[in-house]
Design a protein around this ligand. Structure first.
Ligand SMILES: Nc1ncnc2c1ncn2[C@@H]1O[C@H](COP(=O)(O)OP(=O)(O)OP(=O)(O)O)[C@@H](O)[C@H]1O
Ligand SMILES: [Mg+2]
Length: 335
């Protein structure tokens, strides 16, 4: 058995390496909720005289793209071409987000500026590695008809020029039924695979996509079931998601327990994590869908795309902060 499994691994690794080598020729379209993650770091050595809260002396401020923006940045880091379709407001955060995406190689001509919206932003104040507070600014209302029309207008050409589509749904208003439906229809018409990082409340809107990638909590919530840690419950959940959504597969990410891939037929495939050390798991789900979509764009079968995504996630959780993974790092893992 040892011999067979190591041969299987060698064959799989060589297939996965060939996929990674094809990444630079492939392009992915990311549609969804773009955000700006802002980190304000400093020291807190006293309590405010005004209220029982720490006073943070700020020493550093930094920003990175979050949500769908982090998925796009992950695709670019993996060596793929990537463009985004999403919304920003006429504010400083929007300008920063556009510049950051651009500087990381993400095509931003599909960023629509809506005069009546705030760019979604999460600000974290961190003192001595401890998060003191997070404050968000965002507009939660659905898009205005004009903004939605502008996105719908860009969609067909954007789908046509990519090899795979990611829908990154953080529930901030971009992926409402009209745009979502149009994205899935265009992708099907042009035979582009569609991977969705789902919002549980929107599960039933994702009918007909290629693959959904909820984490375990989102998978239970999306199916309106109580969370249950048993493998049996997870197995039933995965097959029911595939059936309910009529999708080709569901990839449930399970944190330290790796991921489980479900198809229409056959047994689920449980893939243990490849992480050797774990420093920071934030954004690992974005890395998963980025690598999965790029692999599908490169013509991978879903099992190989999931295996690659799992390798990429194993690499990023070993890094501090919301991180990305390079093709060189992936290839080193697959030797
Ligand atoms: N604690 C961990 N130990 C080992 N591997 C991990 C851990 N957390 C995450 N991973 C790896 O990362 C993948 C995705 O993680 P997870 O299931 O936490 O996604 P997520 O909840 O969507 O993440 P996020 O929303 O923060 O981006 C897992 O399938 C696994 O391969
Ligand atoms: Mg996630």
């Amino acid at each position: 058995m040892g011999v067979t499994s190591s041969r299987t691994t060698a064959a799989e690794n060589s297939r996965l390496r060939r996929l990674v080598e094809r990444f630079p020729a492939k392009s992915v379209l990311v549609v969804g909720d773009l955000m700006l993650d802002r980190y304000i770091r400093g020291h807190a050595d006293r309590i405010s005289p005004e209220a029982p809260v720490p006073v943070v002396r700020v020493s550093e401020e930094s920003c990175i793209p979050g949500g769908a923006g982090n998925v796009a940045v992950n695709i670019a880091a993996l060596g793929g071409s990537v463009s985004v379709l999403g919304v920003i407001g006429p504010d400083e955060a929007g300008a920063q987000l556009r510049a950051l995406l651009s500087s990381r190689g993400v095509a931003v001509s599909g960023l629509i500026q809506d005069a009546k919206r705030l760019t979604s932003q999460k600000c974290r104040v961190i003192a001595e590695r401890q998060q003191v507070v997070r404050y968000d600014s965002e507009t939660r209302e659905p898009l205005s008809p004009q903004t939605e029309a502008a996105l719908l207008n860009l969609l067909p050409r954007a789908v046509e020029t990519c090899s795979a589509v990611v829908l990154s749904d953080y529930g901030k208003g971009v992926l409402r039924p009209r745009l979502l439906g149009a994205a899935v229809r265009w992708a099907r018409r042009l035979s582009r695979p569609v991977a969705v990082d789902p919002k549980p409340e929107h599960f039933r809107l994702y009918r007909g996509v290629t693959c959904v990638t909820p984490n375990l909590r989102e998978a239970f919530a999306g199916m309106r079931r109580e969370e249950n840690a048993s493998l049996e419950a997870v197995v039933a959940l995965g097959s029911d998601i595939v059936r309910l959504l009529g999708c080709r597969s569901a990839l449930i990410t399970r944190g330290p327990d790796g991921m489980s891939l479900f198809g229409r037929n056959g047994k689920p495939r449980h893939i243990p994590t490849r992480a050797r050390e774990v420093f920071d798991v934030s954004g690992a789900g974005d890395t998963v869908i980025a690598a999965l979509a790029l692999a599908l764009a490169a013509g991978a079968r879903i099992e190989d795309a999931a295996a690659l995504a799992n390798h990429a996630a194993g690499i990023v959780v070993g890094k501090l902060g919301t991180a990305t993974c390079s093709p060189a790092e992936l290839l080193r893992e697959l030797r």
